[in-house]
Design a protein around this ligand. Structure first.
Ligand code: NDP
Length: 434
């Protein structure tokens, strides 16, 4: 029944979920009577708009803007905004679809959405980014609200962009409300939100390793990306005594056999968040290997891999190489970074593998905690937020084990996460009628 030609990422995400929930779904004939699958495959709303902004030379530029409101059965729409040249309807639909089940897994009351633009912040001045964010929010503001739809950051949208969009919403509406999460600490942002996706990813990885009595300490780890998720994945890996040896950007990757330590991580954060430079500069500074031309780090030898850049960055071939090099666990920091062929290879080899909707749910979970703090006009301590984040990740892990353990004892985290996420949304949809 899928009628979405030209939307390969969307079909990939939908097929992945439908393929794993079938058995559970068939136990509930009432779901079929309510046509739940078809209703879940068609987003509630696809909003598309034009964004006009003026560059530094005074020329008017035009980009596409989108907001996909996928499902609000269990709470207001919630999901990030992505600014990247590759953004299109298929990618945002897959992200919004995944977000619905991910948000359900967090146990917090949040529906699923995603938005963005094909605008690329790369190479743009600060003023250009601000003018674009203002123009984007001028249109997006019509469709969002603190109890309707609460966007956040994603690729290309960090604290700077969230701040500009928040300011524009405030100027447009004369209201200071929790309309976005990932805000600055001075105006309603939650402590630990910047760290949350990366930290949560490593908490989940550690939980997976515990199921096989493996200590994360001393393990070498391949990380891809050098943005928000990669940076805080590396930070938490270091805190737990693991040794991250790679990171990357869209131009290539660095391999540091001595490990990326705290000092080198501080340099990466300055390079990427302040100077907005390229990862190649790390290799020049520390005299380590750099591979360009968009190369990915999966050919390097390590115990664990955690893709934290973008979708489909580990294909079947890369998965075979990782397995041949003895990788024992793959934890997705990014959304859908492994292709179906890669997932099959990991599962056939019975290594620990978990999908992003479980392992990277810590980001949106902490966004949910930011919404709670905004509603009660209070700010929780870093420890309180981090403890809650850790507890949420442990709970997601338990649910994956509950719904995903196979007769031979192997934990199929894909099935576990999809079934656990789906059941709650399905029951809420049933209860609310059509
Ligand atoms: P950032 O923009 O902070 O960083 C993205 C990193 O990935 C950059 O190093 C970027 O390199 C690289 N990258 C982006 N696109 C590509 C590409 N097509 N090919 C190769 N490298 C690429 O984004 P985040 O860290 O926030 O997001 C990373 C992933 O994590 C995404 O899949 C996102 O959906 C997911 N995620 C993020 C959450 C969050 O809280 N931020 C929450 C849950 C999931 P370059 O600078 O060269 O573009």
């Amino acid at each position: 029944k899928l009628q979405f030609p030209g939307q390969p990422e969307y079909i990939q995400a939908v097929s992945q979920v439908l393929g794993t929930i079938e058995e559970e779904y068939n136990k509930h004939p009432e779901f079929d009577r309510y046509n739940l699958i078809e209703r879940l495959c068609i987003p509630d709303r696809v909003i598309k708009f034009r964004v006009n902004w003026v560059d530094d030379k005074g020329k008017v530029q035009t980009n596409m803007g989108y907001r996909i409101q996928h499902n609000n059965a269990i709470g207001p729409y919630k999901g990030g905004i992505r600014f990247h040249a590759s953004v299109n309807e298929s990618i945002l639909k897959f992200l919004a679809f995944e977000q619905t089940f991910k948000n359900s897994l967090t146990t917090l009351p949040m529906g699923g959405a995603k938005g963005g633009s094909d605008f690329s912040p790369r190479g743009k001045s600060n003023n250009e980014v601000m003018r674009f964010c203002n123009a984007f929010m001028d249109e997006l503001s019509r469709y969002i609200g603190p109890d309707t739809d609460v966007p956040a950051g994603d690729i290309g949208v960090g604290g700077r962009e969230v701040g500009y969009m928040f300011g524009e919403y405030k100027r447009l509406t004369h209201q200071f409300v929790g309309i976005l999460t990932g805000k600055g600490q001075e105006f309603g942002g939650s402590l630990i939100r910047p760290e949350a996706t990366g930290y949560g990813n490593v908490y989940f990885l550690d939980d997976m390793l515990h199921t096989r009595d493996i200590d994360i300490k001393g393990k070498t780890v391949l990380v891809s990306g050098a943005g928000n998720v990669a940076q805080y994945t590396i930070e938490k890996l270091l805190q737990l005594g693991a040794k991250p040896v790679t990171c990357s950007d869209s131009d290539g990757y660095i391999y540091d056999p001595d490990g990326i330590d705290e000092e080198k991580l501080a340099y990466i954060m300055e390079l990427k968040n302040v100077e907005r430079g390229r990862i190649k500069e790390y290799a020049e500074k520390y005299g380590v290997k750099y591979v360009g031309n968009g190369a990915k780090p999966w050919g390097e030898k390590a115990d664990i891999a955690t893709p934290c850049a973008t979708q489909n960055e580990i294909d079947g071939e890369a998965a075979k190489t990782l397995l041949a090099n003895g990788v024992i666990a793959v934890s997705e920091g990014a959304n859908m970074p492994c292709t179906p062929e890669a997932i099959k290879a990991f599962q056939d080899a019975k290594i620990l593998y978990c999908p992003g909707k479980a392992s990277n749910a810590g980001g949106v979970a902490t966004s949910g905690l930011e919404m709670s703090q905004n509603s009660e006009r209070l700010k929780w301590t870093a420890k309180e937020v981090d403890d809650r984040l850790h507890a949420i990740m442990d709970n997601i892990h338990e649910n994956c084990v509950k719904y995903g353990t196979e007769p031979d004892g192997y934990i199929n985290y894909v099935k576990g996460a999809n079934v656990a996420g789906f059941m709650k949304v399905a029951r809420a949809m049933m209860a609310q009628g059509i």
